[in-house]
Design a protein around this ligand. Sequence first.
Ligand SMILES: Cc1cc2nc3c(=O)[nH]c(=O)nc-3n(C[C@H](O)[C@H](O)[C@H](O)COP(=O)(O)O)c2cc1C
Length: 192
Amino acid sequence: MIENRLRVAVIIGSIRKDRFGPIPAGWIAAEASKRSELDVDVIDLASAFLPEVLGDGGAAPQAVQDLAPYLASADGFVMVTPEYNHSVPASLKNAIDWYVDEWKAKPVAFVSYGGIAGGLRAVQQLRQILPSLHATTIRDTVSFHDCWDLFDVEGQPVDVEGCNAAAKVMLDQLIWWAQALRDARAARPYDG
Ligand SMILES: Cc1cc2nc3c(=O)[nH]c(=O)nc-3n(C[C@H](O)[C@H](O)[C@H](O)COP(=O)(O)O)c2cc1C
C-alpha cells in the first residue's frame, strides 16, 4: 500500500463539438479511480480555453495559469487522444506546448481511439514529442479501433473485461513510474 496517494490527471485531448473523447476518458478515469494508490483529476481541454497563439516568454495568459496547478500537482498523466490526419489533435499539442516544468520527469500513459488505427499513430507521435519535455511514456496503451461501436450507452466498453484488463496493465505501469519518479524528484530535484 502506498502511503501518499499518487495524483493522476486524465487529459481529454480533443475539444471539438460533439467529440467522442469524453467517453473513453470517463471510462479510464473511473478505472483509475478504483485504484487505491490514485487520486484522479479529469482535465477537459475544451473547458481550459488555452490560447492558440503561444506566448513570448512574458506572463502566461490567465487560462494557462489557471490550468497550471492541476498539471503541476499531477504525478502522472493519461492522455486520451484521437488521431486527426494520422497525427495528434492540435488542441492536445497546444496544451503540451504551453507548459514545460509541469511535464518534467513525469510519466504519461495513453488511451487512444479512432478509425482502423485506433489513434495509435497519434500515440507514436506523442512518444516523440514528450521526451523533449523530459517526460517519459508508458509502454502499454489502450486503443479503441473503429471506436464508435465499442462503448455502450452508459459509456462502458462493450468488451468491458478485456478493456479493464488492458487498463490494469497500463495503470500498473503508470503507478510504478509515477511512484518511482516522485521519489526521485523528492530525493534530487530534476534539473534537466
Ligand atoms: C480533422 C479530423 C481528422 C481525422 N483523421 C483521422 C485519421 O487520420 N485517422 C483516423 O482513424 N480517424 C480520423 N478521424 C476520425 C476521428 O478518429 C474520429 O472522428 C474521432 O471521433 C475524433 O475524436 P473526437 O470525436 O474526440 O474529436 C479524423 C477526424 C477529424 C475531425
